[in-house]
Design a protein around this ligand. Structure first.
Ligand SMILES: CC(C)CCOP(=O)(O)OP(=O)(O)O
Ligand SMILES: [Mg+2]
Length: 242
């Protein structure tokens, strides 16, 4: 029996390589992103079956707005389709999954904002896999907004400076909604080896796994290989002599 590696509670994924995949196959960028959307389902089902507690997916970064308007509009439409679809809502609810969203939602369309809120509300009490989708998310913005929130609480007397410690700060980060907010394993596809302004505070001691495959080429076996790679990692958190 193959089981989830000990200590692997929170998996994060930077799904990259959709446009290269489309280009390689002579397909459109839209087809590339749609193919990626299908692989999200493969990954979430696998994580749910294996008992992963939290899966954070980097779906759209604040830097992605600079892309062609047609591509950005399509991505937003795809998110609405994925998140707003009754079929997905039913499957995710049946599976007992909880879904949360991190990132600045205020500049998303009203219809997408509504779909995010409905999905969060409908699933907030579920105890299965907690899927966190990062849409218009920025690790630096997350740290900045937490800092501003704490500063205003100190200013109006709700906090003193000495109250500010690691756990208080983490309560102000957007990932405070997660039981296990720090990823144990970060998977990035397409051969790129960078963090791209993802969850900077939370990734402090995360193990990284880089896959050369483009995200739309990832199969269940590739995701399983990534999860199983965690087994061989010796986490010392900067201490513990070898
Ligand atoms: C926005 C994100 C989901 C898309 C990731 O793939 P990508 O468009 O960066 O694809 P490329 O790295 O191949 O350009
Ligand atoms: Mg890319």
């Amino acid at each position: 029996l193959v089981t989830l590696p000990e200590g692997l509670k929170h998996v994060a994924v930077i799904m990259d390589g959709h446009r290269r995949w489309a280009k390689n196959k002579g397909l459109t960028v839209k087809q590339g992103h749609r193919a990626g959307g299908e692989k999200i389902q493969v990954l979430t089902r696998l994580c749910s079956q294996w008992g992963v507690k939290v899966l954070t997916i980097f779906a759209f970064s604040t830097e992605n707005w600079v892309r062609l308007k047609e591509e950005v509009d399509f991505l937003m439409k795809l998110f609405l389709e994925l998140i707003g679809s009754q079929e997905n809502l039913d499957e995710w609810t049946r599976d007992g999954r909880r879904v949360s969203f991190i990132g600045d939602k205020s500049i998303l369309s009203k219809s997408l904002q509504k779909a995010l809120t409905v999905m969060e509300e409908r699933t907030k009490c579920n105890s299965g896999l907690h899927v966190i989708m990062a849409i218009n998310y920025s690790g630096r913005h997350d740290i900045l907004q937490a800092t501003k929130s704490i500063a205003s609480k100190v200013k109006n007397g709700h906090l003193t400076v000495k109250d500010i410690d690691q756990s208080l700060f983490e309560q102000e980060l957007e990932t405070h909604c997660a039981e296990f907010p720090e990823p144990d394993l970060l998977i990035r596809t397409s051969g790129e080896k960078r963090v791209s302004n993802f969850m900077l505070w939370q990734l402090a001691y995360t193990e990284f796994y880089f896959a050369n495959k483009l995200f739309p080429d990832m199969e269940e076996a590739d995701f399983m290989e990534a999860l199983m790679s965690f087994k061989s990692r010796q986490r010392r958190y900067g201490g513990q002599n070898i």
